[in-house]
Design a protein around this ligand. Structure first.
Ligand code: BGC
Length: 726
């Protein structure tokens, strides 16, 4: 049974009140948001100031602390009243990055375009796609009347069992930071404020409300915090959402070193910090840097109302700090242009579906191919097995769950009493790979076997030219998986079918890496993640060869958990509320960096992904200028099909010290025979280490290798850098 915390359960639970479809008039970002925020704040009464510092979850739910929902407010994740007298809009907040979510149908019948998972987006290595996906979701949020999107989830993958990895952007700080930033920029282009979340080190769902994530602060700056730093610089999110967990002994939402020290101090972040839902345990978090308490009925008290007023009255919190918090909220409203009133507008779901389709297609990773793909034109009899492929594709659970256009195809109950029955549903999104394959291959006989009786699947497999087995792994917010093993005997099913037919293709729809004990017995493996509402069509495009696969793994697929820094998942199985500390001893050596440090080879490396065409890379020419390095090289499509390559530049030694860091990447679409010159400029922070409150580059030789994955690298080339600190 899934173990969601009560707060998470309440945060994702609501009764529907019904609502019209809304849309909006254009927004105009203010030219000088700071001055405007200061002027508005100066005109506010104290009550108006405090009204901006805490919000509610505007849903009625039996058992949840009673809350007054103002008339006309739509059920959603969050609501903070505005100040109409001064033209300050209410903050109408909804989840999240994968589409405008509608968890448990809190707005009955309200659908939205369901994008593929964050991991799928990360696999595209495509910042432009991230921007367009963000703009699409931001546009839908706006059309539905929401001016804050609780998007920008990007905690680095530190554990391949984390139930929320599917929402995030993989294990590398550069990749995650760039894509999060672009997605946020896209959202905010629609006059909708985006968050970036969950700040910081929310690396496991197990005991997320109590766990203390411990890390060396310098290593934190070089890993998870670097990802946030890049994401914030690129995306300028209006708000940062702090996490549930503790970081080095203090809750993330009351963490002075992180909020006042790093975020608002070193990074001079100008927006506001909002709490995660149910993450505030004390009024003292305000002084520690938290500006706004979200979904306050989920906490023990509405700390940022009466208790905070009492702190100010007693002189323990300054009025200047209250003004600062209020100005931060106003500044983001003005900077993004989120001060608009909702107006009814229709959404062009057909056009938005094309964005979902493109995203799903670019996210598919071809892991292995011994010639079975693309499906041969001569294959006249194709058997599709398992994975609910007749109905649709798997999606991930929790607050990011979108109610897709067309509604749920079906769902698989995962059990649990009461609300867990609904929250624990494995939602199948209606884009059937089986139907898409039949449409794409009208001359072939494409049959289906559910896989529930492996014996029947084996008999059918023996008669088919090719067998495509779909395997699913459901993941959800609030629940980690206990292992990398596919559930429900799917490994045995694949192995049995592979004994009966020599041409087996496995398509994975997973939210994490999985073990593949049958890998040597099958011809091809495709990782399609949770591919969203156009996923079936995208999978068919890749299987049939209408599109050459171009996704690359955004996280390492380890051979086993023994290769990871945390073979045992801390706290797994312990009751909610248990005190726990996890020591992230790997520091900044996350994912592929950890394996490189240990000299281990994974099952499939970070950055790996095959194509139906072939690419060649020219030797990179390096040039150093100050703290920066630029690499120039050619990429050629020397195969017979169009395709996209993702050349990756890795730093492999710094001032004589071996290491492995993704230093830059590019995604290049090439026709057959086409060659393109590519230039990649390396962020100086990737050449540096954080020591004594500064980024420091040690003087000496720096070696880079251009490659196709963290494990498949060309000859290293060298450049000499002068020492620098900033
Ligand atoms: C999640 C957040 C989400 C919030 C509001 C929390 O449980 O951790 O990511 O934005 O709920 O739904």
């Amino acid at each position: 049974m899934p173990k969601l915390s009560v707060a998470a359960l309440l945060a994702t639970t609501a009764l529907g009140l019904g609502a019209p479809v809304l849309a909006a008039t254009p927004a105009t970002p203010a030219k000088n948001p700071d001055a405007r925020a200061a002027a508005t704040e100066a005109r506010m009464t104290d009550d108006e100031r405090f009204s901006l510092l805490s919000g509610i979850m505007p849903v009625a739910f039996p058992g949840m602390a009673a809350v007054t929902i103002p008339p006309g407010v739509k059920p959603s994740a969050g609501y903070v009243p505005g100040v109409p007298r001064l033209g300050v809009p209410a903050l109408r907040e909804t989840d999240a990055s994968l589409g405008v979510s509608n968890v448990m149908q809190m707005r009955p019948g309200d659908v939205a375009t369901a994008l593929p998972s964050g991991l799928s987006l990360a696999a595209s290595f495509n910042p432009d796609l991230a921007y367009r996906g963000g703009a699409m979701v931001g546009g839908e949020a706006r059309a539905k009347g929401f001016n804050v999107l609780l998007a920008g989830g990007m905690n680095l993958t530190r554990d391949p069992r984390n139930g929320r990895n599917f929402e995030y952007l993989g294990e590398d700080p550069l990749l995650a930071g760039v894509l999060a930033g672009e997605s946020i920029r896209g959202v905010q282009s629609q006059g909708v404020i985006s968050t970036i979340k969950h700040f910081a080190l929310n690396a496991q769902e197990t005991l997320r409300m109590t766990v203390d994530a411990r890390i060396d602060p310098a290593a934190h700056r070089e890993s998870d915090l670097l990802a946030f730093e890049i994401g914030i610089e690129r995306g300028q999110p209006g708000s940062v959402m702090c996490a549930y967990n503790q970081v080095n002994g203090a809750y993330a939402c009351g963490n002075d070193p992180l909020l006042n020290g790093v975020l608002k101090g070193d990074w001079a972040y100008k927006g506001w910090v909002m709490s995660d839902w149910g993450a505030v345990h004390d009024v003292g978090y305000f002084a520690a840097g938290l500006d706004q308490q979200s979904g306050s009925q989920l906490d023990k008290a509405r700390f940022f109302d009466g208790p905070l007023k009492a702190e100010v009255a007693a002189g323990r919190v300054s009025k200047a700090r209250v003004s600062d918090a209020v100005r931060r909220v106003l500044r983001s409203i003005y900077a993004v242009g989120a001060d608009w009133e909702p107006v009814d507008t229709a959404i062009d779901y057909a056009a938005n579906g094309q964005v979902a389709r493109e995203a799903a297609t670019q996210g598919v990773v071809l892991l292995k191919n011994d010639g079975a793909l693309p499906l041969a034109a001569s294959a006249k009899s194709i058997l599709v097995v398992g994975g609910y492929a007749d109905a649709g594709v798997m999606s991930g659970g929790g607050s990011s769950q979108v109610s897709p256009v067309g509604g749920q195809a079906t769902y698989i109950p995962s059990g649990g009493p009461g609300f867990m029955e609904v929250l624990g549903r494995q939602v199948i999104v209606p884009s059937s790979p089986l139907r898409a394959l039949r449409k794409a291959l009208p001359d072939a006989k494409v049959s289906f076997d559910s896989g529930y009786a492996p014996e029947a699947a084996v008999l059918a497999a023996a008669k088919a030219d090719v067998v495509v087995v779909f395997a699913t792994q459901w993941q959800s917010e609030g629940v980690d998986s206990g292992s990398l093993t596919l559930a429900n005997g799917q490994d045995a099913l694949i192995a049995a079918v592979a004994k009966a037919n020599p041409n087996v293709v496995v398509v994975l729809e997973t939210g994490n890496p999985v073990a593949m004990p049958w890998l040597g017995e099958v011809k091809a493996v495709v990782e399609a993640w949770y591919p969203g509402q156009e996923g079936g069509a995208a999978i068919a495009d890749v299987l049939t060869g209408a599109v050459s696969p171009s996704g690359r793994l955004p996280m390492t697929f380890p051979k086993s958990l023994a290769q990871t820094p945390h073979p045992v998942l801390a706290g797994y199985g312990a009751p909610e509320g248990t005190a726990l500390a996890v020591d992230y001893k790997e520091g900044a050596e996350v994912g592929y960096r950890w394996l490189a440090a240990k000299g281990e080879t994974p099952l499939f490396a970070f950055g790996h992904g095959l194509s139906y065409t072939r690419f060649e890379h020219g030797a990179p020419a390096l040039a150093a200028s100050g703290k920066s390095v630029t690499a120039k090289f050619s990429v050629a499509n020397v195969g017979a099909r169009a395709g996209a390559d993702v050349p990756q530049l890795y730093l492999v030694s710094a001032a004589g010290k071996p290491l492995k860091r993704l230093a830059g990447f590019s995604r290049v679409d090439l026709k057959p025979g086409e060659t393109r010159e590519v230039s990649v400029t390396v962020d100086p922070r990737l050449l540096a280490n954080w020591r004594d409150d500064k980024w420091r580059i040690a003087g000496g030789a720096y070696r880079f290798a251009l490659g196709r994955s963290a494990e498949d690298l060309g000859a290293p080339v060298e450049v000499v850098l002068k020492a620098a600190a900033w």
